[in-house]
Design a protein around this ligand. Structure first.
Ligand SMILES: Cc1cc2nc3c(=O)[nH]c(=O)nc-3n(C[C@H](O)[C@H](O)[C@H](O)COP(=O)(O)OP(=O)(O)OC[C@H]3O[C@@H](n4cnc5c(N)ncnc54)[C@H](O)[C@@H]3O)c2cc1C
Ligand SMILES: *[C@@H]1O[C@H](CO)[C@@H](O)[C@H](O)[C@H]1NC(C)=O
Ligand SMILES: *[C@@H]1O[C@H](CO)[C@@H](O)[C@H](O)[C@H]1NC(C)=O
Length: 509
């Protein structure tokens, strides 16, 4: 390193660069790149962060990704017989552009598409069953709910249109320092209001009927988030979009995206659990102090630590999700933020369904419903029941009817008892239960959301889950953090929290 650069760095640190845009840019060019970056967690958020950090900071920086469990986190599969099945995050929306970009970049094909058929269960009987004929469904819906259905699609689409702006901003390297800034840049005050209202309040205000909310919207929020229409309006819309057509998954399992991104980013995987992150200041010879983050971790062989210039937290900082101590920070950073994660138990059963449990008199051999949603009723112990296809669809595969033994996925807030399983299935030979702390327990109005920036160069991806939890949300947040970390490192303030981007970028298209 030359003396020339060192003295410029000194100027930078003293803040004397604030003399104008031009000198700022040239000073920024001379800022040394970071040497080491730590990412804590190898779910889709952490691995996408590694990918985007590599893109932003170039080939020289060393990126370490810490993960004590399996790569993929909440994207996980379970083996039953000869096949693997998704037990966590399962479906991806056609407009989830980052997820789409990842599989294209990594050369992963989407899973083969199979048709589906939906029904709604009230704990006693099926109150709605989709017909094989689109036109019949269409008229039945119009008959029951008037134009609520069409209007809902338009409403969701209008929110989605604004949501899509984030891709353009990120394409142009813009980043946001908080969730409020990010949401405001996408959808203005209307998006912030969605965060402060329940989906129910938002939809009633839009003129949707309570009956429609109870019978159609609630089943959708229950299957996607295990919760009622009292979740916030933003995650509510994300949930409704999750009922669109064209949903897809990754052939071989969604978690393959995570292993692929990790490999592609040329990061090092450290199979260890991070126990604490400490802020350390080291005085150096020239009187300029250097600061680092000391990441302490434990693995089978004991404990160790590493020093990093930038740290990205890619796991929820909530009770039961992680337990990381932050020391040396002022103001202090808590191990756990307020609010809790909601439990959804995924039970995968290989067996023969008791179709009478659903109150239907159809012969099981004719029962071809694949997705059974539920209304909010005390009779309903489950959130949903679905016929599950393997992560890789073999050639000539045909989904068996309910009369044959096959794999079903049950989502419920509590584990199912032996008695309940015996009631639901005439016979079963395999049960695999995963009790997920799946997504936030949404209780709007949202108090202050957790920060994106925990400290100078310490960032928090999963804060975004309090707006909505989904693979794409973690991916968007990961890219935002990589951009934010880059722009803050090189003092490119012009790329952070810009107002009216939507209008300004219009001309650049
Ligand atoms: C049952 C279920 C169904 C879902 N369905 C969908 C769906 O259909 N579509 C969709 O888009 N989303 C769905 N989601 C949500 C989606 O799975 C999550 O939003 C997403 O996977 C979160 O990814 P993440 O990387 O941010 O967090 P995680 O996947 O939770 O990754 C965090 C990682 O950090 C690790 N970690 C924790 N503590 C430490 C530590 N101290 N040191 C190092 N590492 C640590 C964990 O082991 C974990 O691997 C579903 C979730 C569940 C549970
Ligand atoms: C949302 O609610 C919080 C707490 O009630 C409040 O501080 C915040 O200003 C509200 N935001 C909007 C956009 O209404
Ligand atoms: C199937 O479900 C019905 C309705 O819940 C129940 O009466 C019956 O006992 C169940 N069958 C078995 C074999 O458990």
């Amino acid at each position: 390193m030359t003396v020339h650069i060192l003295s410029l760095r000194a100027l930078l640190l003293l803040g004397l660069y604030h003399t104008g845009r031009r000198s700022l840019a040239s000073a920024a060019d001379l800022q040394d790149p970071p040497k080491k970056i730590a990412v804590v967690g190898a779910g889709i958020g952490g691995t996408a962060a590694a990918y985007y950090l590599r893109q932003e900071f170039g080939p020289l920086v060393k990126i370490d990704v810490f993960e004590p469990g399996s790569i993929g986190g909440r994207l996980a599969t379970v083996k039953i017989g000869d096949h693997e099945y998704e037990s966590g995050g399962a479906v991806i929306h056609p407009l989830n552009l980052h997820m789409k970009h990842f599989i294209e970049k990594l050369g992963l094909p989407p899973r083969k598409d199979l048709s589906s058929k939906m029904a709604i269960f009230d704990g006693k009987e099926l109150v709605f069953e989709e017909s094989n004929w689109f036109i019949i469904n269409f008229f039945r819906m119009i008959w029951q709910y008037g134009f609520n259905f069409l209007r809902m699609q338009m409403w969701v689409e209008s929110v989605l249109d604004k949501f899509m702006r984030i891709y353009q901003y990120q394409q142009h390297s813009y980043s946001f320092s908080s969730m409020e800034r990010l949401l405001h840049a996408m959808g203005g005050d209307a998006f912030l209001t969605l965060m402060n209202q329940t989906l129910e309040e938002a939809m009633l205000a839009e003129g949707f009927s309570q009956v429609f909310l109870n019978n159609v919207v609630t089943p959708i929020t229950r299957v996607n988030y295990g919760q009622s229409v009292r979740i916030n309006g933003f995650v509510g819309v994300v949930s409704l979009a999750g009922a669109d057509s064209g949903l897809w998954a990754v052939d071989g399992g969604n978690k393959r995206v995570c292993t692929g991104l990790l490999y592609h980013s040329k990061s090092e995987l450290i199979p260890a659990k991070v126990t604490s992150v400490s802020f350390k200041v080291r005085p150096s010879k020239r009187g300029i102090s250097n600061s680092f983050y000391e990441v302490n971790y434990v693995d089978e062989s004991g404990s160790a630590h590493g020093l990093y210039d930038i740290v990205i937290i890619a796991t929820p900082l909530h009770l039961g999700k992680s337990d990381i101590t932050f020391s040396g920070f002022s103001p202090p950073i808590p191990s756990h933020y307020p609010g809790r994660y909601h439990q959804t138990v995924a039970t995968l059963v290989h067996g023969v369904l008791n179709v009478s449990y659903l109150g239907t008199t159809e012969p099981a051999s004719d029962f071809t419903v694949s997705d059974i949603l539920t209304v909010d009723s005390k009779d309903c112990i489950i959130n949903s029941l679905g016929s599950l296809d393997p992560v890789h669809i073999p050639d000539g595969y045909k989904r068996p009817p309910a009369s044959e033994a096959k794999v079903w996925k049950v989502f419920s807030p509590q584990p199912l008892s032996q008695q309940q399983l015996q009631n639901m299935f005439l016979s079963h030979d395999s049960v695999s239960e995963t009790p997920w702390l799946a997504y936030p327990s949404y209780r709007p109005p949202q108090r202050k959301s957790p920060p994106f920036i925990l400290h100078n160069r310490l960032y928090y991806i999963n804060a975004v889950e309090w707006a909505a939890s989904a693979m794409e949300m973690s991916s968007i947040s990961a890219r935002n953090m990589a951009l934010l970390a880059h722009h803050r490192w090189y003092q490119q303030e012009g790329k952070i929290d810009q107002e009216d981007l939507h209008m300004r970028l219009r001309g650049e298209l």
